[in-house]
Ligand binder design. Sequence first.
Ligand code: ZN
Ligand code: ZN
Ligand code: FE
Length: 756
Amino acid sequence: MVDQRMRTRLQVTGTVQGVGFRPFVYGLATRFRLSGFVLNDATGVLIEVEGASSDIASFRVALVDEPPQLATVESVDEKQIEPEGPGVFEIRASADGGPVRTAVAPDMAPCDDCIAEIFDPDQRRFRYPFTNCTNCGPRFTITMGIPYDRPNTTMGTFEMCAECRAEYENPADRRFHAQPIACPRCGPRLSLLHGGVSIDGDPFVGAARLLAEGSVLAIKGLGGYHLACDATNHVAVAELRRRKHREEKPLAVMVADLSAATDLVVISEDEQDALESQRRPIVLARRRTDGVVAESVAPGNAYLGIMLPYTPLHYLLMAEVRGPIVLTSGNLTDEPIAYVDSDARDRLSGLVDAWLTHDRPIHVRCDDSVVRSARGSTWPVRRARGYAPGSLRVTPPFLRPTLGAGPELKHTFCLGSEDHAILSHHIGDLETFEAMSAFTQGVEHFTRIFDITPEVVGYDLHPDYMSTKWALAQQGAELVGVQHHHAHIVSCMIDNLRTEPVIGLALDGTGYGEDGAIWGCEVLTCRLAGYERVAHLRYVPMPGAAMAIREPWRMAAVYLNEALGQEAESLPIDFVARTRERWGPILQMASSGLNAPSTSSAGRMFDAVAALCGLRTRVSYEGQAAAELEQVADWSELDVYPCTVANGVIDGVELVGAVARDLSLGSTVPEVAARFHNGLAEALVRACMETRNQRELETVALSGGAFQNVLLLQRVTSGLESEGFEVLVHRSVPPNDGGISLGQAVVANARGIGES
Ligand code: ZN
Ligand code: ZN
Ligand code: FE
């Protein structure tokens, strides 16, 4: 039987623009002898194909099965239309259909073809660090406006040479319409600078030599400048830390390839997938004790943040450097990463010995992403390069364009429109002027490139958050205050595409509560539009407020005093002997309530236990004490400290009291740390069971920064699962405050819909 001639119109949505989708469709149409056309339109890509029905069917299958590396097909709408007769297949100019939500894709590591080219002496892009194609390369960080065309990118000032132009215009070429296309003749140039003067010779060879000699280099990457040094050289690492004013916070390391990574860390299958993915995040993996990296790279830390090269520049550099290098953001501690050349010169000149830099401007600052993996899930700890501004699917759809203004620390913002939410890249802590302007400029940039003008703004209830103050000053938008932990749990629901009510366990350091206390260990029942607080950690005072966060010994003194009263002072443990002298004013502050807000924070309880265990009395970065407590714990220890849950209160004082007594009886810190985790996890599971009895909810969502603690996550998850609960954990959205803005946007929208 002869195939019938047909014509089909296909409307494709997803990430299908700026990712080589049209040349891919062109190739398929040619392969299956079809005529018709393909073009970009407002919702994605529109295709009409005409030919034998069996060929169209094969085309249809290949369209979904073999898309280009960077494309994701979300839906294909299909309609039969009247055949127009034989003809050619062509790529047509874009329909001017208004804004396109998939306008800008995330930056992606070089594809295999581009990597092969830069190491092949016969190719014209041999050793060219700005090689890219439609399957890879910079996108988000070079985009200045829409549509995503070369003049609207920072490549606009580089005029294509004839050879590049020919590739750019050839539908069969992998660089067809690759906006950042470049070659050694016409594209950006790399230079190695010392004291403002260019150093002769191959910049990669020169940079590798400087690193081997112990120098600190500034390296201009995709989303900003990094500081780099030899990661095996303790002196160089110490010098970098001294110049950057970074005491102990771990530094990330880049290695040449997977085998070099396995020399430094133990890598699970999930971690390997993340490491090698084209997003190329930093992966936090368990450090090998016999690795060659200097201890000072991540002092006292059982984990190491590791990444593979993610631009041709990094590939070519790592091919010359023999070992791992530290690659950390180019800034002074707590400042955002430098990305504008003149600003980088001002801020980094005193920090570095030489510069490996180039003349392609960076338009949007974007940090490296960080992911962690456990129990078969991988989740972002910091969601930035390679992920942003990828969109997330949201149900129910946004009724009106909505903005989540985000938290204070680990700030992101989120734009919601129709069934998509666009979570911004990691902006940082809004305490600095630069971070605050990155936030406001970011909102302006995103609303323009995605053409979403927010009519509703969700914001955190904390009156002192810079993002809250900013939101409250927005004219003309409807403002919706969203409780911090409600936002956490809703972000986890959306991350799992769930909308029905759940039990939420939200554990973190700080979140403003509706009663004015600082919440942080909360059992909630959550709907998208609202929540009920069913249990929380027993309130204790936080003497000195912010000082209590920097000095965990204060929380330990408070917890000891609450648990043991007078007896605390004679408890035979090191902590008491070392700090007793200083308790007086602290406990007085606590009992007076002056500058001592009440808190149910899980973070502060972890701090207290870490201090009691002698791990540390002061911290130099957020979450440090809690992270060390997790790492020191003996996973094989299954004993549990008591922690009563009654009348909606989880008795953390009882739990910490048990820690103190057990320490005084001579139990080891690894045992005590594990029993503390186990006791808290068991109490949380009991709180969920009680809630299930009353509300008939079978699903528990886990969110908040404390669930980055893999031991706690493991104990809570297995406890809940063995009681028959379904457990939701994060996948694409950070469990920490980096995910808050998504929750804010969704809650604000749900209130608008009047969902009950
Ligand atoms: Zn490529
Ligand atoms: Zn060229
Ligand atoms: Fe939080």
